[in-house]
Design a protein around this ligand. Structure first.
Ligand code: FAD
Ligand code: AMP
Length: 475
């Protein structure tokens, strides 16, 4: 007799494992199938995010930021260390250990919540049946009342610069380098390219980032992008905009990267090339042709606002469906779908998903950019406050950047908050709550913020919207 579950989830990344746990919390029987294998050959839950994305990148950003600060800031505090040395093997050991703890934690969470974690390949068949092929052993057919596809995404490979896993590498390879490349090329100045470029630049690589678009961080508010570009330049990141990579080829120990910009054709030589030009939905062998699942022209599983596919009882969430490829977006979709299956009201507010880039300074925003508000035709007002005027930022020796608040002129509603500066990724949470509650600027202005704190900059930016900033001259 085949096993059956109320909910079967395919994929145990931040979208899938959260969906399975939430389903179990509702008292449903749930299984979560995942085939992820790490470079050491071991299977692990957690998907891209825990194994090769959010977590390992943040581990390395933290290590290298501390290294950078020890070299460049400690002296200002009066701390004399002598020569500071970075041991790459130890840094990588720490990264791997954090990943191991967290991925092992998911196995523990599955046990505690009575989710059946199944290691192997899952494939949706017609009639909400799932073919499960374990790592070793025979395939079995599992029956499900509801199926959630959470298969995630994979790095986009450029035909003109195919990965060789040695010199032309993807983001996962870039997280696990065991030595600092002298010259590092990065194709794509997106979130991943900038974070990885920062990591290796802080360790001494000469980093060149080639970005096809003319606008730096086109998705961010222009004021924030301007500050960020200046900061990265100061740090020595050579970001070439309007530079379209046309070919990369390995030649012995080096990679020759050809690119074109408005001045014509150029080429550079690097020791390693990270191709970080985005990710594609990963749906390889995820469902049979007759399962009824539809993909759009870019390969995403077609779903409605509530993540329902065209097949009744089959949902899809996370990176394999439309919307920003962010872990927290996928997790919230997982919660929504499990709640909907349980018969509860649930929704995801796609308008206020925070975006964070964990460079130094960090960049974070939620809601609309000034350009988007302007294009919408709505009358608006803005206010900003520089971290230079923040006591806490000064004490932290991290005064670069600012907070910008954009609000509607007519009813004072906050439409967007944009931060470039220390702990921006933490500070943005307050803005997300404000937007979720449709707060007015006055709400934020009248909210007491602890002194001295970085959050005071958010408060002051809200005050500045009405020219009421207290610790910086109003414009
Ligand atoms: P995934 O995490 O990709 O998980 C999908 C899982 O499904 C995988 O384990 C895969 O093996 C498994 N799977 C697929 N098909 C099958 C099948 N048929 N059978 C069995 N198993 C299957 N996002 C953030 O929000 N913040 C960040 O700081 C951040 N940093 C990032 C840094 C890097 C370098 C990268 C690459 C990504 C980063 N992201 C970040 C993006 C984030 O990792 C993804 O948005 C997130 O992992 C998507 O979650 P998911 O569950 O949809 O898919
Ligand atoms: P993201 O999608 O945020 O990871 O960013 C990927 C970036 O890579 C985008 O800004 C693209 O414009 C850029 N990109 C894509 N193809 C190329 C190319 N051939 N040369 C340079 N940049 C590219």
């Amino acid at each position: 007799m085949s096993r059956s579950f109320d909910v079967v989830v395919i994929g145990a990344g931040p979208a899938g494992y959260i969906a399975a746990i939430r389903a179990a919390q509702h008292g449903m029987t749930a299984a979560c199938i995942d085939e992820w294998k790490n470079k050491d050959g071991k299977n692990a839950f957690g998907g891209t995010c825990l194994n090769a994305g959010c977590i390992p990148s943040k581990a390395l950003l933290e290590s290298t930021e501390l290294y950078h600060r020890a070299q460049h800031e400690f002296k200002k505090h009066g701390i004399r260390t002598g020569d500071v040395e970075m041991n790459i093997a130890d840094m990588q050991k720490r990264r791997a250990s954090i990943v191991r703890q967290l991925t092992g934690g998911i196995a523990g969470l599955f046990k505690a919540n009575k989710v059946e974690g199944l290691v192997g390949h899952g494939k949706l068949l017609p009639g909400k049946k799932v073919e499960f092929t374990p790592v070793s052993g025979d395939a079995e057919i599992i029956e499900a009342k509801h199926v959630i596809l959470a298969a995630g995404s994979a790095p986009i490979e450029l035909g003109i610069a195919p990965f060789d896993d040695e010199r032309i590498i993807d983001s996962w390879g870039a997280l696990e380098l065991d030595a600092v490349p002298e010259r590092l090329g990065v194709v794509g100045a997106g979130v991943i390219g900038l974070e990885l470029g920062s990591v290796w630049s802080r360790l001494g690589s000469k980093v060149t980032v080639l970005e096809a678009l003319d606008d730096f961080l086109f998705m961010a508010d222009r004021d924030v992008a301007k500050v960020a570009a200046a900061e990265f330049k100061k740090q020595g990141l050579d970001i070439k905009l309007g530079a379209k990579v046309t070919r990369a080829s390995t030649d012995g120990d080096a990679v020759t990267v050809a690119y074109e910009d408005e001045d014509g054709a150029h080429s550079i030589e690097v020791d390693k090339l990270i191709v970080a030009v985005g990710r594609r939905p990963y749906t390889d062998d995820l469902f049979s042709d007759d399962a009824g699942i539809q993909l759009d022209e870019r390969g995403f599983v077609v779903v409605d606002e509530e993540c329902r596919t065209r097949v009744k009882g089959v949902y899809a969430i996370g990176d394999c469906v439309r919307g920003p490829m962010l872990a927290h977006k996928g997790s919230e979709e997982g919660v929504m779908v499990a709640d909907l299956i349980a018969g509860e009201f649930a929704e995801v507010n796609y308008d206020v998903i925070p975006s964070v880039i964990y460079t130094a300074p960090e960049i974070a925003w939620t809601g609309k950019t000034e350009e988007e508000v302007r294009d919408s035709g709505r009358a608006y007002k803005t206010g900003s406050f520089p971290f230079m005027a923040s006591g806490r930022a000064k004490a932290m020796e991290q005064t670069s950047g600012m907070v910008k608040v954009i609000s509607s002129q007519d009813d004072d509603e906050i439409l967007g908050v944009h931060i470039v500066g220390p702990m921006a990724g933490e500070l943005i949470a307050e803005a997300v709550v404000a937007l979720e509650f449709s707060a007015s600027t006055e709400d934020l202005q009248r909210t007491i913020h602890a002194h001295p704190s970085l959050a005071e900059a958010v408060h002051e930016a809200a005050l500045a919207v009405d020219k009421k900033a207290l610790n910086f001259p109003n414009k």
